[in-house]
Design a protein around this ligand. Sequence first.
Ligand SMILES: Nc1ncnc2c1ncn2[C@@H]1O[C@H](COP(=O)(O)OP(=O)(O)O)[C@@H](O)[C@H]1O
Ligand SMILES: [Mg+2]
Length: 332
Amino acid sequence: MDGNFVPPLVEVEDLTVSFVTREATVHAVNGVTFSVQPGEVLCILGESGSGKSVTLRALMRLLPPKRARIAGKMRVDGQDVLALNGADLRRLRGGLVSMIFQEPMTALDPVYTIGDQICETYIRHRGGTRAAARARALELLELVKIPSAASRLDNYPHELSGGLRQRAMIAMALSCGPRLLLADEPTTALDATVQIQVLILLRKLQKDMGMGTIFVTHDLGVASEIADRIAVMYAGRIVEEGPVADVLANPLHPYTQGLMASTVHGQDRNQDIDAIPGSPPDLRRLPTGCAFAPRCGQVGPECRIAPPEPRSPVAGRMARCVKVAAPVPAYA
Ligand SMILES: Nc1ncnc2c1ncn2[C@@H]1O[C@H](COP(=O)(O)OP(=O)(O)O)[C@@H](O)[C@H]1O
Ligand SMILES: [Mg+2]
């Protein structure tokens, strides 16, 4: 074996999630495969409804157990996520992995101060005294660069601006020293200047702490800012993947090409990536072939037969498109 081999922190293989309701089955995630190395930022980029949040929630086992049918393999730090129970599952959610969301108010409790909430999380997972936890909370607020951190400890969430609330949520997520950070559009609700500050902060903390990160966004500008690698998701499938600079310089999949064409580089970060004509397919009735075919400018008859297999024209790149000239399967 290669002496430099570092086992992946996250390995997801052929993940499928569907939601079964009385009326229909929603095929939210349809055979997703990816991995994340320790210290690496993988960005999952896709428009609304493409299955990004469901993928993250599956990794944390946060999907409604009765409704969600989950198949495939998920490993975090070598542990089989779907086999975890009780204490092991709590350790996954509260220690190994942390998650931050778009809306800090969903993670922060309005009736407790920021300091109390960080202390409570810390003590629940790490134990120790109240005084030690409070010292740690102060350290964390300083780490996320909240000004006058000592006095902010006693603020309630509504007393902070949106940007500071987001920083407080990041502090809480980091309190137990996770090895994997899951970030679900954490900067989408912020205005452009605050958004870029929070992204720069997250990138620095992620590097300093060596955290593997899966960062979900619908915004190509955000992805280009934070990612090491990008996975482009469409209708519950990863249609393209590769190092961020390579994907941006030379997108292989027509969907990625469409996203690039509809985003003015670095100018309008909040622009929605919905400028491609048409709309995503109904997840209750996926097309037989490539799910993007109905919107694709380069569609041919072969695209309607079956979902394209992954192709890898060069090492580290993958696209699920029959037009990509590469005989080599990406996951061989
Ligand atoms: N608990 C649920 N029950 C039924 N359908 C769901 C549930 N959660 C998500 N979905 C559906 O799964 C699809 C993917 O959703 P999601 O992962 O949230 O998309 P996004 O890429 O915007 O994060 C959507 O069609 C959504 O309506
Ligand atoms: Mg989402």
